[in-house]
Design a protein around this ligand. Structure first.
Ligand SMILES: C[S@@+](CC[C@H](N)C(=O)[O-])C[C@H]1O[C@@H](n2cnc3c(N)ncnc32)[C@H](O)[C@@H]1O
Length: 442
């Protein structure tokens, strides 16, 4: 039984095209050829081959190659048949055939979830300066960027890791979202430029999605439709929005928050700007317009829970001082560092955080510090979000490291992080790496 060279060359081309058309599906086939899955996959592959429209001689060769208890087909061995029909070594050849014949395990979600343990992420962080390098070390190389703004971080990340991952024949999965409506006249430089969007969409080996007009706390629909993965290797948020994350509503009462916003930002009211709603803020005698949700206060607990339940590693970059201290007060075990109705300021911070405040404010630019070396980490976080199923998440952070500064060598950064460089009057921002551990819910 000899295959005609022209026919096998044409088949090889079709298999190669199917394989490169969907890098994410390619990644998912690893699971299908795992020794424990292979017997089931082989049966499904045989059925799919039989039902397919490929020529009878190719069908015969493949069927003979996969027939049970027959590792070779007469003169042609199993790997040889695969090599001839896919141009690939055995395992990759099998994976390519799974894609070509549309075999996907029913139980496998569209996006692979990371299975790396918190201990492994922790060890990786101790040995590497750049936490984003985890993408080169663990499967899948997936990132969710929350409040992605102008997508400059996304583009830097894709440029930095795209080719190294391509060399490992792995796609970079990069999903970004922002609450700003791309059609809005408000938001100025936070909008993603159409050219950047098209560059990202055209990058090879990149599974890029951008969801504008998308509140990060309303992901149910995107997750249900699998337009987002349920978990990513890395969840990141650069320059978390102020005042959204600068005040914790479980610590500060509505009256305290309203008064603080009025005092620091000015009077505000909902107005219309052309056809869209807007928030008008009267600040220093000027009228400023923002998206209508600008003053929605969610607080660090909501952000931490969202990130901990969606990522194996959570990275917060270019965190401004106000947001940083509010986040920090939630990360430590001591409830005295979460005083009710005390607004954090240079006047109140030293008394609330004591030696932690003095140590961290003296941290030189670029230096790293383990929070656990300064204070015990919080052992259990209250859940402030509800999942679609209605359960409360239970989590803690196994490790929290803090770095001072906006930019770090070799690390991609957002445009806001780059702007910090030019702001002499701003104190340097912070970079936080957090390794979450999900706990059993009761
Ligand atoms: C300070 S900007 C930072 C933008 C970008 N990450 C950077 O570092 O340049 C904060 C971003 O968060 C977005 N944002 C605020 N609240 C959000 C929410 N609830 N869901 C999604 N995005 C939000 C804003 O629209 C804005 O683009």
């Amino acid at each position: 039984m000899v295959l005609e060279p022209d026919r096998s060359a044409a088949f090889r081309k079709q298999v190669a095209a199917a394989r490169s058309a969907d890098p994410t599906a390619w990644e998912g086939t690893r699971h299908l050829v795992h020794p424990t899955e292979w017997p089931v996959t082989r049966d499904r592959l045989l059925k799919a081959i039989a039902a397919s429209a490929v020529s009878e001689d190719i069908k015969r060769h493949l069927t003979a190659a996969f027939a049970k208890d027959q590792p070779s087909t007469g003169r042609t061995s199993y790997p040889d048949v695969l090599k001839q029909l896919t141009g690939l070594p055995t395992t990759k050849g099998l994976r390519a055939l799974c894609i070509f014949f549309g075999v996907r395990a029913a139980s496998v979600a569209k996006w692979l979830s990371p299975s790396v343990s918190p201990a492994t992420v922790d060890t990786f962080l101790q040995r590497h300066r750049n936490p984003f390098d985890l993408l080169l070390d663990q499967v899948p190389a997936s990132v969710l960027d929350l409040g992605a703004g102008d997508l400059s971080f996304a583009e830097e990340l894709a440029t930095r890791y795209g080719s190294s991952l391509a060399a490992q024949q792995r796609p970079l999965i990069l999903h970004c979202l922002d609450r700003l409506d791309p059609r809005s006249q408000l938001g100025g430089p936070l909008h993603a430029h159409p050219l950047r969007l098209s560059r990202l969409r055209a990058m090879p080996n990149l599974d890029f999605r951008f969801y504008g007009d998308q509140d990060m706390f309303a992901l149910d629909l995107l997750e249900r439709d699998q337009r987002l993965a349920s978990r990513y290797l890395i969840v990141t948020c650069w320059a978390p929005a102020t005042p959204t994350f600068a005040y914790e509503p479980t610590r500060l009462s509505p009256a305290c928050l309203t008064e603080e916003l009025r005092r620091t930002k000015g009077d505000s009211r909902q107005v219309r700007h052309g056809k869209e709603p807007a928030l008008e803020v009267l600040h220093d005698g000027r009228s400023l317009l923002f998206p209508p949700w600008k003053f929605d206060i969610r607080g660090p607990l909501a952000l931490l829970e969202l990130m901990a339940t969606r990522g194996a590693l959570c990275l917060l970059g270019a965190v401004d001082s106000q947001v940083f201290w509010e986040i920090l007060s939630q990360l430590v075990d001591d409830p005295a560092m979460r005083p009710p109705d005390t607004v954090f300021s240079p006047q109140t911070l030293p008394a609330v955080f004591g030696k932690i405040y003095h140590h961290l404010s003296g941290l030189p630019l670029g230096q790293t510090c383990r929070l656990a070396d300064l204070a015990p980490l919080r052992s259990r976080f209250p859940s402030v979000l509800r999942t679609a199923g209605g359960q409360a998440a239970s989590y803690r952070f196994r490790e929290v490291t803090i770095q001072r500064g906006a930019l770090f060598e070799g690390m991609p950064a957002s445009s806001t992080a780059r702007k910090f460089q030019g702001m002499a009057e701003e104190t340097p921002p912070w970079f936080l790496s957090l390794v979450p551990e999900l706990q059993e819910t009761t």
